[in-house]
Design a protein around this ligand. Structure first.
Ligand SMILES: Nc1ncnc2c1ncn2[C@@H]1O[C@H](COP(=O)(O)OP(=O)(O)OP(=O)(O)O)[C@@H](O)[C@H]1O
Length: 644
């Protein structure tokens, strides 16, 4: 048995313990003095560190520090981790930050400082911790040692895991987070449409607005093969960063979309932007005067964007390099070669992932230099609606996902008719009832077939007074159309646009095609019914009047406008007198055969040439220079100078 008595028997006496302790302390003191004397300070520090390393218990974990910035630039891993981890918050988290800016679609959730979470990847668990430390930083200008200090925040993530996973984290986990965060950002990304603000004197700037065009590849009526080809081409393009670098080419791709109006060129551009999540820059060349302005604008475009030049054949009068057009080169400040040089050179070498799209209704009119491969790499023919295209539209507009008993007949009809998707879409919107709509559509197809309506958009160039083709205008029809179809309608909802004209027959068909002017309303002369409404408004005659029978007979044979009727009904306070005066006017008009005070016959001018100008009518005077006149003027200019 072990006992206290035994212990006492074996214990050394206290005097020996004290003497042993004293000699050990003296030895340590001696060693320390010797070390300090003979070993220099840096070597001593190193030896201590090594000693500590050997005696410290070894951790199996590795911690990576992911700081917010690496000096000047932001750390992409940090940003990606922040985005990625916002989807990994767990019920264990106690404090989170939530925010939303006007541009964001959803709420953003972030970790608050000190919060931790666990993520798993390939069956391995990773611990994340968000750290934010604040420190006082003295201002560099503070020479007087004042307490002029700014508070600075240092934010970083700590990522801890078992050391054996180091390679996997660096090679797979972090790249996965970068990729995932990019996808998430793309999804949330609000696309922008940039357009020229020309209010700056001769020096346009980009203005941007949210692009909310609903067109996607699913909603596009296009041959599925062509659709797939375009999608594959885009996919290949965005994945080929290394390829473009290797072959020494700028990472850009050019597309030429050509085809008649209403075949979906603008819709395809919007679908491409939505698919790639690229912003659109809508470059209206008519608004640019000099090459230098063009250069500045192109340099101000961002990466991952689509530069669009619509109606390249008619938006600008670039001197033709092949034939020359009689003008001195010095007269023209914006040149085709300038455009081409910027696109090929400066612009594409200053950025990545650029797409440029030209659209035209007349590919054959383009300078081959403009559309040669390398510039316009892919030419896409947007053509008339096929049966396949019709089925996409029937599914979009009528929600017919399978077959319909009319489809067989429609197939036969549509394959022999040149009808644009815009016309088909318009027809499919006409009624809520599917049967009625399809019957109406078949009637239209039959009518078109009978009429041999090849194309509603006659596109001959017109020749101006000097016999020269002229295309350069400040306000162009194509500019107007592009604006209406593009920017204006894709950046807002529930918009109605109304054009008015006295001469529908003079309008360019491109302007009033379905999809643009969906409903054409003929405001005609005053009928008897119209007269009764005016009589009620102006004379307060709600029921019949004994003169009404005679007026009915007269008005139905006279071309009198509601404005003229109203004018007449205001002439006297006495109803009888007024109506008698009105009947006299009707009789006079009938006798004179006064068809209309806005005579629309072509007049012959002093030179014996036909002129489309008319005497200024009262109605035009009243209207002044409002939007109707501007549209009329734009249209007239366009029909004179170029067509689509
Ligand atoms: N291929 C298509 N698929 C789906 N919808 C289409 C297609 N083509 C035209 N549309 C419909 O017609 C409207 C006009 O089409 P879009 O503006 O894309 O034609 P466009 O070829 O660009 O015409 P333009 O040459 O006159 O500018 C669109 O808003 C869309 O609703």
């Amino acid at each position: 048995m072990f006992s206290l008595t035994n212990m006492h028997m074996h214990m050394p006496p206290p005097t020996s313990i004290f003497s042993a302790y004293a000699s050990m302390t003296a030895t340590i003191m001696l060693l320390r003095t010797m070390t300090n004397e003979f070993i220099p300070q840096p070597i001593r520090g190193y030896l201590f560190k090594a000693f500590r390393y050997f005696i410290k218990p070894h951790s199996t974990d590795l911690t990576l520090i992911v700081e917010e910035s690496n000096g000047i630039a932001r750390n992409q891993v940090y940003d990606a981790a922040q985005t990625y981890l916002s989807t990994k918050v767990s019920p264990d988290n106690e404090r989170l930050k939530v925010s939303k800016s006007s541009k964001e679609k959803k709420l953003t959730i972030r970790l608050e400082k000190g919060e931790k979470l666990v993520d798993s990847f390939n069956g391995v668990f990773f611990k994340w911790r968000f750290i934010c430390t604040e420190s006082d930083k003295n201002s560099p200008n503070d020479n007087n040692n004042n307490s002029n200090s700014t508070r600075s925040e240092k934010k970083y993530f700590e990522l801890s895991f078992h050391k054996k996973h180091k390679e996997m984290v660096l090679e797979y986990y972090l790249p996965f987070i970068l990729e995932k965060a990019k996808e998430m950002k793309d999804e949330e990304r609000v696309l922008k449409m940039h357009t020229l603000n020309t209010s700056y004197h001769h020096n346009g700037k980009w203005d941007s607005i949210n692009l909310e065009h609903p067109s996607t590849f699913e909603t596009l009526a296009m041959e599925s093969e062509l659709k797939k080809e375009v999608i594959d081409d885009l996919d290949r393009f965005v994945k080929r960063k290394e390829f473009y670098k290797r072959v020494g080419r700028a990472w850009k791709r050019g597309y030429l979309l050509y085809g008649p109006p209403g075949t979906g060129k603008s819709s395809l551009i919007a679908a491409m932007a939505n698919y790639l999540k690229f912003d659109i820059y809508d470059l209206q060349l008519v608004n640019i005067v000099r090459d230098s302005d063009l250069r500045n604008l192109l340099l101000a475009t961002a990466n991952r964007s689509i530069l669009v030049i619509e109606d390249i054949d008619c938006t600008v009068d670039l001197p033709n390099r092949r034939h020359g057009d009689g003008r001195k080169q010095s007269d023209v400040q914006l040149t085709l070669s300038g455009l081409l040089n910027f696109i090929d050179g400066l612009w594409s070498s200053c950025g990545d992932e650029r797409i440029i799209i030209f659209t035209t209704n007349h590919k054959e009119r383009l300078d081959p230099a403009l559309i040669r491969p390398g510039r316009m790499d892919k030419h896409i023919n947007m053509s008339y609606c096929s049966y396949e295209g019709f089925k996409v539209l029937a599914s979009n507009y009528l929600e017919i996902s399978s077959d319909h008993h009319y489809f067989g007949e429609i197939k036969g009809l549509i394959e022999n008719t040149q009808i644009t998707p815009a016309q088909v879409a318009e027809e499919l919107m006409k009624d809520d009832d599917i049967e009625t709509t399809l019957e109406g559509f078949m009637k239209l197809l039959k009518r078109k077939k009978m009429e041999g309506d090849v194309c509603e958009n006659d596109t001959e160039d017109n020749v101006n007074a000097n016999g020269n083709k002229s295309k350069r205008h400040k306000l162009t029809l194509s500019g107007l159309l592009n604006f209406i179809d593009g920017l204006w309608s894709s950046c807002g909802d529930e918009r109605i646009i109304i054009f008015t004209t006295n001469h529908k027959e003079r309008l360019d068909p491109a302007l009033i095609r379905p999809g643009r002017m969906d409903k054409h309303i003929n405001m005609s002369y005053c009928s008897y019914e119209g007269f009764k409404v005016l009589a009620s408004n102006y004379l307060e005659i709600s029921s019949d009047h004994h003169y009404f029978g005679e007026i009915k007979g007269l008005i139905e044979n006279t071309q009198i406008t509601p404005a003229q009727v109203a004018e007449e009904l205001m002439k006297d306070d006495d109803i009888e007198t007024t109506l008698e005066g009105f009947m006299k006017l009707l009789k006079r008009k009938k006798m004179e055969g006064d068809v209309c005070e806005n005579d629309t016959e072509d007049n012959v001018n002093a030179n014996g040439n036909k002129s489309k100008r008319h005497k200024v009518s009262s109605c035009k005077l009243k209207r002044g220079v409002g939007i109707g006149n501007r549209i009329g003027a734009a249209t007239q200019r366009r029909t004179r100078s170029f067509g689509r």
